[in-house]
Design a protein around this ligand. Structure first.
Ligand SMILES: C[S@@+](CC[C@H](N)C(=O)[O-])C[C@H]1O[C@@H](n2cnc3c(N)ncnc32)[C@H](O)[C@@H]1O
Length: 187
């Protein structure tokens, strides 16, 4: 059975934190703002959860597909946006037979995959990056995956790491950073 370290029982309450953020006047769409910098026409939201990122991309007229292995999370996403395509799959084995301008992995995905599957998950996401396209991902550091390990997974998946930031706002990365926003490209 496909597994991860994510607890799908959180599906019903997962969106509340983002709603609180919005109500407090903060921007819950930093990832989408960042992704839009690549001017994509198509995006794969890899590990889409309840569809927070995918829905906002759709709102901004980007063709988006969401995929996640947790059916409870996907059910919440599909209920919010039945017109979008939601694919239940482990990223490690995903094969959509389609590539995208950007594959985005928002929300610590690599920290929640089943232990030992990190390289396969990144390779699965990388398979869906089209020629010249980008994979962008953000996750907390000091929680099991280092920036160097992450970039080795990218290289093994055929992508070239091109930039590191410490926030989705594009703040510079340093060795003291507690968060990595990584950009890589299929040359
Ligand atoms: C913290 S949530 C992030 C959801 C969404 N990207 C967001 O930012 O709102 C992490 C998600 O990673 C998904 N996940 C974990 N391992 C996965 C895998 N191997 N393949 C696909 N999705 C996975 C979980 O099911 C969960 O929905």
């Amino acid at each position: 059975m496909t597994q991860s370290r994510w607890n799908g029982d959180r599906a019903d309450t997962y969106d509340q934190a983002w709603k609180r953020m919005e109500q407090a006047g903060q921007n819950p769409h930093g990832e989408v703002d960042f992704v839009m910098g690549f001017e994509p026409t198509s995006v794969l939201d890899a590990g889409c959860g309840t569809g927070r990122v995918a829905l906002e991309l759709d709102r901004r007229a980007v063709h988006v597909v969401g995929t996640d292995l947790d059916e409870q999370m996907l059910a919440v996403a599909a209920a919010k946006a039945p017109h979008l395509t939601w694919v239940a799959s482990d990223l490690a084995t995903l094969n959509l037979d389609q590539s995208f301008d950007v594959v985005v992995m928002a929300g610590n995905i690599v920290l929640f995959v089943a232990a030992g599957t990190e390289a396969a998950v990144v390779a699965g996401a990388a398979r869906h990056v089209g020629p010249g396209g980008h994979l962008v991902a953000g996750f907390g550091l000091g929680r099991g995956v280092t920036a160097d390990e992450w970039e080795q997974y990218l290289l093994d998946g055929g992508l070239e790491p091109t930039a590191r930031y410490s926030t989705w706002s594009g703040d510079p990365f340093s060795d003291a950073a507690s968060y990595l926003v990584s950009v890589s490209q299929r040359r």
